[in-house]
Design a protein around this ligand. Structure first.
Ligand SMILES: [Zn+2]
Length: 103
């Protein structure tokens, strides 16, 4: 019976200890993740923040103005295949007045 009390006290102590060091462990894990990203930039998406660099990104054509744009930049549902280079084109296409004027 005595051992049970000691064991439970010990468990409680461990729990308290764990609760106390947990924030440090979480912070440490975050630091490690950040450090890994810094030391190994290839693992992260490198073509997203880089402007002007020629990468192997897939090009898609804007259905409104027929300009080829990187798929990352394209706006659209994607499933239906209608993609736009910008929000302007999306809105232009959606109100369909331009088509009658052109034709
Ligand atoms: Zn466009």
């Amino acid at each position: 019976m005595k051992y049970l009390v000691i064991a439970s006290l010990f468990a409680l102590l461990l729990l308290l200890l764990y609760a106390r060091i947990r924030p440090y462990l979480v912070a440490l894990q975050k630091i490690l993740t950040v450090a890994r990203n810094i030391t190994d930039p290839k693992s992260t998406a490198n073509s997203r923040s880089r402007a002007g660099g020629i990468t192997d990104t897939k090009l898609v054509r804007c259905v409104a103005c027929e300009t080829w744009v990187p798929a990352e930049r394209a706006i659209g549902t994607g499933a239906g295949g209608s993609l736009y280079c910008s929000r302007e084109c999306l809105e232009k296409k959606s109100d369909r007045r331009e088509k009658k004027l052109a034709g």
